[in-house]
Design a protein around this ligand. Structure first.
Ligand code: CA
Length: 359
């Protein structure tokens, strides 16, 4: 065994000498991300992909990552990758819902699947097939780019006791969830990330949602709003890698494999990183700000949100056949997967509470 390994090492060393870096032509790509390059864990997957492909290719495949501070077009990523200014992008699929509503399926939807259910649908159900169909017309390939897990429902300055408390409430909440909230009379506003803390502190807005403890703690929302609601609207937000089709198709096969492998590994890593950061952040928040009250919307509010969400889905299904098709496929898969999630995850968590392992 040892001998075989030795021979193998000598052989690969010889191969490396033959494929001298000097003789090969380096491939240099650029990647634009929606986030500032310091905003981890969202900014982690692109940096990790660049590191991995560089290592795997012995420095022959270089990807330069540019954050929003450089290109200044956080919501122009799809256009820049489509146009070829950047070979790659890292963003969130639901940001393109104005171009095609069906892009929302590949991030997350209100009352939708959990991360494990959604990954199963994506890789072993029809998710991947639909993502390809939706992105084909843009001349790009789209891949999962890291998951935040179930997001928190947001920070509220006042407690929500009834549906009436939502009427006229000013809240930052994007995507389909914003449309759902608007149906219940919420005044949905869009505010740049950099102004969110001040807006909540000064009462320009009454509530906002961001991600979860790990990312929220960096924004400081817990210092200015004490009601922290559990989530319903983004149960499995998946980020997205975009790759210009022509650029990808021109890559030597081995670099295509390297890139796809690196994107998958880096995405999984972000899911773990964000989970770990939330574990620590929540422990710290609870200790430093014991006034924070974790709340779940009362049942009548949840039922009203669910009804409004169903109306949003029905509205898009009526005017967009592809939306209807994906919605039906997604919902059928979720129903099947949820039965297993309940047996596997829910019962175990319930048991740990019953036995006093957790509170
Ligand atoms: Ca969010």
């Amino acid at each position: 065994m040892k001998k075989i390994l030795k021979v193998g090492l000598i052989a690969s060393a010889a191969a490396m000498l033959l494929a001298s870096p000097l003789s090969a032509k380096k491939i240099r790509w650029k990647l634009a991300e929606t986030w500032p390059s310091t905003l981890t864990p969202l900014a982690s997957p692109p940096a990790e992909v660049a590191r991995l492909v560089k290592e795997m290719s012995d420095g022959q495949f270089i990807i330069k990552v540019e954050g929003k501070e450089k290109h200044k077009a956080p919501l122009g990523i799809l256009d820049m990758v489509k146009g070829g200014q950047y070979q790659m992008g890292h963003s969130g699929s639901y940001y393109w819902k104005g171009k095609d509503i069906n892009t929302v399926w590949f991030t997350t939807v209100p009352f939708g699947m959990t991360p494990s259910e959604q990954y199963a649908w994506f890789y072993y159900g029809n998710g991947k097939k639909y993502m390809k169909e939706v992105y084909d017309k843009f001349g790009v390939y789209s891949y999962p780019g890291g998951n935040t897990g179930n997001q928190m429902g947001g920070w509220f300055r006042k407690e929500i006791k009834s549906v009436d408390d939502l009427k006229g409430l000013k809240m930052r909440i994007p995507g389909l969830a914003g449309e759902v909230m608007a149906k219940l009379g919420v005044n949905v506003v869009n505010i740049p990330a950099g102004e969110l803390y001040t807006s909540l502190d000064r009462g320009t807005i009454d509530a906002l949602e961001w991600v979860g403890p790990g990312m929220d703690i960096k924004m400081g929302f817990h210092k200015v709003a004490k009601y922290y609601y559990t989530g319903w609207h983004e149960p499995a937000s998946e980020m997205q890698f975009l790759v210009n089709k022509k650029a990808f198709d021109k890559l030597p096969k081995k670099y295509q494999v390297m890139l796809e492998t690196a994107m998958k590994a880096a995405s999984m890593d972000m899911y773990i990183e964000n989970f770990a950061e939330s574990v620590d952040a929540w422990a710290k928040m609870k200790k430093d700000y014991p006034d924070i009250q974790v709340k779940t919307f009362p049942k009548p509010v949840m039922l009203a949100l669910k009804k409004a969400a169903d109306e949003v889905y029905a509205g898009y299904s009526a005017k967009n056949p592809k939306f209807k098709e994906i919605y039906q496929d997604y919902t059928a898969y979720m129903k099947k997967a949820r039965a297993w999630s309940m047996m596997m995850q829910y019962n175990y968590l319930k048991l740990s509470k019953e036995l006093g392992i957790t509170k």
